[in-house]
Design a protein around this ligand. Sequence first.
Ligand SMILES: [Zn+2]
Ligand SMILES: [Zn+2]
Length: 397
Amino acid sequence: MTQQAAKLVFWGVRGSTPTLERDTWRYGGNTPCLELTAPDGTSFILDCGTGLRTLGNQLTAQQNGQGIESHILVTHYHWDHIQGIPFFHPFFESQNRFHFYSFQSKYLGPHSLQQVFEAQLSSPYFPIDVTMMTASREFHEISGGQIWDVNGTKITASHLNHPQGCLGYRLDTTGGSIVYATDNEPGAAECDKNLLQLAHDADVLIYDAQYSPEQLASERKGWGHSSWLEGVKIARAAKVRNLILFHHDPDSTDKHVDGFLSAARQEFPATWAASEGMSITLSERGVDVAMRESRLALRRRLRFVATVTGHTEDGKSFEEKATVRDISLQGAYLALKSRPRLQSELRVVIEASDEPSRATVLSLRATVVHFEPGREKDQNGVGVVFIEDPDPGRPRD
Ligand SMILES: [Zn+2]
Ligand SMILES: [Zn+2]
């Protein structure tokens, strides 16, 4: 039993708008949505970006005939933080119950979040209206400085510096404390002070690191966001134990985010870049970060010997002989005399020519995605992508 631990899962980490480009897949393209389960089992959801849809599917799959109940904290009403609402299936089941917390927007007036629901589920923007949302919904309007308790988890809200307003939240569970401070631009004295106070001594600070420090100082000044460097400064000043870079820019590729992370780690080693499917367990033993398997290409079992060099968790370098037990393969470029039909299937058997007794290394099923006539006679260039194989044969060992 993990009764003494709180668990945080990242369902959406991208800022501003979802991304589908392949070079953003590793960190993920869904907009902000986090799930926190307190040690007593109380469920919290932070923001309702597009990551909310996949969270809803998982909650539905796990509900076992019982109603779902959760406390949903919304930071603000920009699209990227509310766009998952119409696609969260548990809102459409009457046995489920949700408690919402958000601030009263001066643009919307009283019952701001109810108005957001009604506007999103209305003609001509959505096929059905809000009356189809049969789950019980209770709305709480809160403001900066407010502190309240939900089943033993203390929640603190604080205003951040963001166009049209935004709240940061701190949740002190019995397993540990997390601070969710996204969509914040540093430089407004009052909000800077709020944030330091909110983040003080937290186990985990999730912070807006949308831009590079250079962008933040120039063309993106005034857009309401921040950088990894500001995150590092706040993490140090507030004495937080772990910093999570969050709200990645839609135009930041995985490589850009890798760069922000490694720069931040030079300054503040306990830094992580939020990635979809990442989870953090908080308990008296400290903070444990885990990642979902993110290899997307076809996987095949095999055995190779490899020499692996790198750094351990505590920063020591190592080198060791290891066994590669499976490998992900995306495709290959083949020189062929034949001209295979585009979008047809091939079988590619890769052989180790220097080892005649065990010649077959891999037998792979492939689909033809590219063809070009070769420069030499009888030599065509054929691109293939490997696909799932119902009969992959025995792995070589
Ligand atoms: Zn945002
Ligand atoms: Zn925003």
